[in-house]
Each structure stands twice: as structure tokens, then as C-alpha cells.
Write a protein that binds this ligand. Structure first.
Ligand SMILES: Cc1cc2nc3c(=O)[nH]c(=O)nc-3n(C[C@H](O)[C@H](O)[C@H](O)COP(=O)(O)O)c2cc1C
Length: 189
């Protein structure tokens, strides 16, 4: 007898558990699809802005995720104005799309100095540049990277809802919401 590798798609509970397995794997395995989700924000003109980030933490009990970024980046300015972000993961081997609606808290300075203090020098280089990220430079390499603890920001994403699609022989789609305790319900795909 062969076992169905996608048996986890058949109930809301197992589908939800698999989403968290995938998110957790993204934090711990640099080759996992959820290692590099797409984070989408809304800019001052109301336009969507999407970019790749690294998933740094996933806490199922709190339904929260964590991303590191440069405090001077456009996304931080966008999140200060509109503290909401969507996170997207496509796991092709699992045929699974995960879309998360989140509320974002920006943490900087003393609040994140414990993380900064433990970070190796090469990783710190990602935080602090002149001019700031996204500013024009006279030539491709016309900028300096100087690790700066004031440029280090942690984005704490609290998940409000999830939209999960599995494209197997049958297509399944489910919605999960914090305000109903993540019970979930099926949707037409
Ligand atoms: C594989 C990959 C991983 C990235 N990881 C991060 C990250 O963890 N944090 C981050 O701020 N930018 C990361 N970036 C860069 C962003 O995609 C983006 O270019 C940058 O943050 C500027 O975005 P913004 O101008 O919208 O703020 C990554 C880019 C790639 C290609």
C-alpha cells in the first residue's frame, strides 16, 4: 500500500500544521522555500511594494514571524505609515502557496541590542549604508556599507489571517483567522 504524500491537505488541522512546519523550516533551513518569502507593503501613493526577505523567526504559539531590515529602507518608512504587510511563500515541492496578512511592529535601538550584540560582523554589514538604501548613487558601487546598530530594525509580524492553497490532483484552498482561533474554513480555490 502506498501512502499519500499529500494526506496533510485533507483536513483543516493538518493543513494548518503543515503551514507552520513550512514556516519553521524556513527559519532553520537556508534551502527551504519559506527561507525567502516575499514581503509586500503599501507605499505613500497606495501602490503595493513587494520584495524578498529572509525569515528569521516563526513562533506558532504567538502566531508571529520576524524579519530583519535596514531602518533607513523604504519598507520601514512604508510600515511606519501603514503598519500592515502581506507575506507570500510558494513551496513548489509541496505544491503549497501560503499568503499571510500581518500587522507589523518595528523594533529598533535598545529594544533589539541583544540581537545586534550576538550578530557576526559579516551579517552586521547588511545594516547601515551611505547613502541610505534606495537613494540615488552616481555609479553602481557609489555607496559605503558601515555596520550601524541604529540602522538595524526588527520587523515583528503578527499574523491576522492566512490564505492557503494546495494545487494537487484536487485543488484545495482554506482561510484561517486569528479571531476564530485559527479553526479555518474551506474556500473555493
Ligand atoms: C535573497 C534575498 C534576501 C533578502 N533578504 C532581505 C532581508 O532579510 N531584509 C531586507 O531588508 N532586505 C532583504 N533583501 C533585499 C530586499 O529584497 C530589498 O531589495 C531591500 O530590502 C530594499 O527594499 P525596500 O526599498 O523596499 O525597503 C533580500 C534580497 C534578496 C534577493
Amino acid at each position: 500500500m502506498t501512502t499519500d504524500p499529500f494526506a496533510w491537505t485533507q483536513s483543516l488541522n493538518t493543513l494548518f500544521a503543515q503551514v507552520w512546519n513550512k514556516l519553521s523550516r524556513g527559519v532553520h533551513d537556508r534551502h527551504a522555500p519559506a527561507r525567502h518569502p516575499t514581503l509586500a507593503t503599501v507605499d505613500a501613493g497606495g501602490a503595493p511594494q513587494a520584495r524578498t526577505v529572509v525569515l528569521r523567526a516563526a513562533d506558532k504559539a504567538a502566531s508571529s514571524l520576524r524579519v530583519y531590515t535596514d531602518a533607513q529602507s523604504h519598507k520601514v518608512a512604508e510600515l511606519r505609515a501603514t503598519p500592515a504587510a502581506a507575506l507570500h511563500v510558494w513551496d513548489s515541492a509541496a505544491h503549497l502557496q501560503i499568503r499571510l496578512a500581518t500587522s507589523v511592529a518595528i523594533r529598533t535601538g535598545k529594544d533589539v541590542s541583544d540581537i545586534w550584540d550576538k550578530m557576526p560582523d559579516h551579517a552586521r554589514l547588511a545594516y547601515g549604508s551611505a547613502p541610505a538604501p534606495g537613494m540615488p548613487v552616481p555609479e553602481a558601487l557609489g555607496y559605503r556599507k558601515t555596520p550601524d546598530p541604529h540602522a538595524f530594525a526588527v520587523l515583528d509580524l503578527t499574523i491576522d489571517s492566512m490564505d492557503v492553497v494546495h494545487l494537487g490532483p484536487d485543488h484545495r484552498r482554506a482561510a484561517f483567522r486569528r479571531d476564530d482561533g485559527w479553526a479555518g474554513h474551506w474556500l473555493a480555490p
